[in-house]
Design a protein around this ligand. Structure first.
Ligand SMILES: [Zn+2]
Length: 328
């Protein structure tokens, strides 16, 4: 069975994982960045997860893959073309007409050497170029906070999101591996303020590790969406809280398999269907098509081919993508 190419909304794509390797290669060379290899194919292999399990866990993924891609993307000169190309490419390949792209500006300023405003404005310019080129697309940028940052730096990033809200910064997210002295609850005031200011809020939680963080945040903040959040399948009460508060989950199936969060399609069927059967609203996303060697059309096709979901359910997830989008 083959699904036709519908219009899609991508809600969960990291800029660090969305840029084609050949573009990253050129941009690195233009900036004179020292790369771990002089062989392009080796570089491409490094930046693309072609097989499962090369990066077990989020910690490893962040240290190895994201670190290099963020280094290459760390200048206004790099950010503008990659945002432009990523949005344009996703429209051509996957017919993505609602595109939310997320990135952490403070991981692209070489430890404070570059000005955050310039990085963000470069992303906005790249976004506007893509819209000029393809007026069918609606785009928004989500600025990311990080578990590795202290409260002050996260607050600065949120301040920038607020500052550029009218220019297409549509919301905030938080990512990064768990840290001993990090408490997600500390960021609740920022999140609540963002909601009050009409911004979309999402958060990476319930992907691996402990479920308590997700439970607490759902209760305290009621974010509009949660990145992954799949661990909720183990907890009926939490699933009901997601339903009652109309919180959408941003599923990223291939990412789950490649990072080893989900072992195989059999386990995926069980987890995803438990969430679906409980009435939790699901969306399907790539997490970053280039890292995971996928695209959004492929993600939906995989779910059908591996008998995770049926076409009617796929259609529902496509509709959910538009309904849950922060783009207005
Ligand atoms: Zn993610």
């Amino acid at each position: 069975m083959h699904i036709k190419k519908p219009k899609l909304a991508e809600l969960h794509a990291h800029l660090g994982a969305s840029v084609q390797p050949h573009i990253m290669w050129s941009i690195a060379h233009e900036q004179g960045i020292k790369l771990p290899t002089k062989d392009y194919w080796e570089f491409e292999n490094f930046l693309t997860l072609k097989t499962r399990g090369r990066f077990r866990g989020i910690e490893k993924l962040n240290n190895d893959l994201y670190h290099l891609s963020e280094l290459i993307q760390s200048s206004p000169l790099a950010v503008e073309p990659i945002v432009h190309q990523t949005i344009a490419g996703a429209y051509r390949n996957s017919n993505i007409v609602y595109h939310e792209l997320r990135f952490n500006p403070a991981k692209r300023n070489r430890g404070g050497e570059r000005d955050l405003d310039y990085i963000i404005l470069a992303a906005i310019r790249g976004m506007e170029k893509a819209i000029l080129e393809f007026p069918q697309i609606k785009v928004g940028i989500i600025l990311m906070l990080d578990r590795e940052f202290d409260f002050g730096l996260n607050e600065i990033i949120y301040g920038k999101a607020k500052k550029y809200k009218s220019r297409g910064i549509i919301g905030i997210d938080l990512a990064g591996p768990q840290r001993k002295n990090f408490k997600l609850g500390d960021l609740a005031p920022i999140y609540l303020d963002a909601k009050k200011n009409g911004m979309g809020v999402t958060v990476h939680t319930g992907e691996e590790g402990n479920l308590n963080e997700m439970k607490m945040f759902v209760k305290k903040v009621k974010p509009h969406r949660i990145g992954h959040g799949i661990l909720a399948w183990q907890d009926k009460k939490l699933m009901q809280d997601l339903v009652d508060n109309n919180i959408y989950l941003e599923l990223c199936p291939t990412s789950n398999l490649f990072v080893g969060i989900i072992k195989n399609y059999q386990q995926m069927r069980k987890i995803y269907n438990t969430l679906y059967d409980a009435g939790v609203k699901l969306t399907v996303n790539t997490d970053g098509p280039e890292f995971y060697n996928t695209n959004l059309q492929k993600e939906f096709q995989n779910l059908i081919d591996n008998k995770i979901f049926k076409q009617e359910q796929i259609d529902e997830f496509v509709r959910n993508g538009f309904a849950a989008s922060f783009i207005r």
